[in-house]
Design a protein. Structure first.
Length: 408
């Protein structure tokens, strides 16, 4: 789920921050007035403070969202639910690996500017406030995984309720603190990039990145539907041909939640999907299946790593990133503002992104957010088809009528 209902305003604010920051930064950079240049002293300091607040919250977000998700899965781990979540994870992991392989093949041939000698130097901070996180990102992830599994094993009602409350608290912190300051953080970062002169240098690459990942979405969807057809023995075209309204709705709303009623109606029209399976997998997929967002983030991270740090990440680093990103896609999708916000921890902890890198990633991800959401939603039909093949061939759920026959 790239965004939830109501997050369209966040996308607009991010885009406004990008435009205003770029215009102001370019104007200051091209103006020789020293009084204007003093503005950059404040900009650099404010950006640092906003970044410190965001990165302080990241490990807490990991513990607050991943642990309750694991506990809930342990309490409701029926065979079909476990299989559905496993398919969603496999799809997200596969999309990330596909994006990684594509990145190694495509990115070196893009005109990614890596020369920074001619860029204007940002001034030093006039005020510096460091807010160290309580623990590292990897410590937070391991803590969340171990606590979640242990609580599910012991069926501790007290800790289960505690972490459910923690999830509510972290949701409030994300909604009321992290999300509101993101547009300012991104805007100030773009102001700095425009002042340096690197924004105009990299703009053609940004456009290429967005177009490439949209093509990647359709390739991955074709693969998912092909696997679904092979597992079920049914025609996958009979599912995906009904999904055009859901795809267009997702593009327009940038919201899996807002698209859910349309997606359900589209899937019910298919003659090869049972209504019960549709009503189970499509809502669940809107929560845990983020293949389009994962594919996008992986490719963007690789390109930005080359752009900002001069090299592509190593294969070992990318494999670790893909495995962990799949976990975040399943376990922490409810964070408003998208997969990037939920996975900032591994972006910084595994790939080593700094504040500039994070701001660029958030901003560019926002430019294609609607298409990532559309890929996520459309892919849910393929997962439903896979479940039909795994569980409905032998009627293990009892007689399941097709969506078409029930509508009749």
């Amino acid at each position: 789920m790239a965004a939830k209902a109501g997050d369209f305003s966040l996308i607009l604010k991010l885009l406004a921050g990008i435009v205003i920051g770029a215009i102001v930064g370019t104007y200051i950079g091209n103006n020789a007035d020293s009084s204007l240049n003093h503005i950059m002293d404040v900009v650099v300091s404010l950006r640092h403070i906003f970044g410190q607040v965001i990165f302080f919250l990241v490990p807490l977000v990991i513990v607050g969202f991943i642990t309750p998700a694991i506990v809930r899965l342990g309490q409701n781990a029926s065979r079909i639910l476990f299989t559905a979540v496993a398919l969603a994870y496999a799809s997200s992991l596969g999309a990330a690996l596909f994006s990684t392989i594509s990145g190694y093949a495509i990115i070196p041939h893009l005109s990614v500017a890596r020369e920074t000698e001619a860029l204007r130097k940002l001034p030093d901070m006039v005020f510096r406030l460091d807010i160290p996180p309580l623990f590292s990102v990897m410590s937070a992830l391991v803590l969340a995984l171990l606590f979640g599994v242990a609580i599910a094993w012991t069926k501790s009602d007290t800790l289960s309720r505690l972490f459910n409350e923690l999830e509510r608290v972290m949701s409030a912190l994300v909604v009321r603190i992290m999300i509101p300051i993101l547009p300012f953080f991104v805007g100030l970062s773009f102001l700095g990039l425009a002042y340096e002169g690197s924004l105009s240098l990299h703009l053609p690459v940004f456009v290429s990145m967005v177009l490439i990942v949209i093509v990647g979405h359709f390739i991955w969807l074709a693969l998912l539907y092909g696997i679904g057809g092979a597992l079920s023995g049914r025609n996958p075209i009979e599912v995906c041909r009904h999904y055009a309204p859901a795809y267009l709705t997702a593009v327009g709303t940038m919201s899996s939640a807002a698209t859910l009623p349309v997606a359900l109606e589209c899937a019910r029209k298919s003659r090869v999907l049972s209504r019960n399976m549709v009503e189970f997998m499509v809502p669940l997929g809107a929560t845990v299946h983020l293949c389009g967002s994962v594919l996008t983030e992986t490719f963007f991270c690789m390109t930005l790593h080359l752009m900002l740090y001069g090299t592509l990440p190593s294969v070992g680093v990318m494999l670790l990133f893909c495995v962990l990103l799949g976990v975040f896609a399943v376990g922490a999708p409810g964070v408003p503002g998208g997969t990037v916000v939920a996975s900032l921890g591994i972006v910084t902890g595994v790939l080593g992104f700094d504040q500039n890198g994070v701001a660029l990633l958030i901003a560019i991800f926002a430019l294609q957010d609607s298409f990532g959401t559309a890929c996520n939603v459309t892919g849910d039909g393929a997962l439903t088809l896979m479940l039909e093949g795994l569980f409905n061939r032998n009627s293990e759920l009892g007689p399941l009528q097709s969506g078409a026959s029930e509508q009749a």
